[in-house]
Write a protein that binds this ligand. Sequence first.
Ligand SMILES: [Fe+2]
Length: 181
Amino acid sequence: MDRDAAIALCREKCLKETTVRHLISVEGVMRSLARRFGENEDLWALTGLFHDLDQDHTGDDASNHARMAAEWLREAGVDERVINGVLAHAYAEYRTDRMSQAVVHADAVAGLLVAAALVRPERSAGMKVSSVKKKLKEKAFAPGVNRDEVTGVEDGIGLPLDEFIAVSIEGLQGVAKEIDL
Ligand SMILES: [Fe+2]
């Protein structure tokens, strides 16, 4: 599936613009991580883009989260590796390779980076690793972000935290225009 079709599917399935923006932010981070590892950028990007595709439909019924998205994606003929990655962000048993583990960390860090960008006049431009780490330690800042999923990145995919944040900032900057950040 090419990116235009993928974005169109997101716009069709998401009811809130904030959800679309979240998906695109995680897409950007995943693409940047794939580049860092020399992995398949488009596959990783699609996994990020689709990970919360059903968010606006399963909000109150968490047990169906990601499973509904997986069904839609299968119908749309999306690569099974992407579908596995989408399931992996919600269920540990699908975290079977680096991409399916990376999406957990990308999801968390993207939440932190977007929140951090929103309180800066320059948004994501010129964002520094040190200032993001400060926000990470401030428990009251973006309290919905799972800190363990950010700091666990070295155990998860073997990338030191500072480098992970740097690569993730680049990823967000890569999609920043599209999401006004
Ligand atoms: Fe997410």
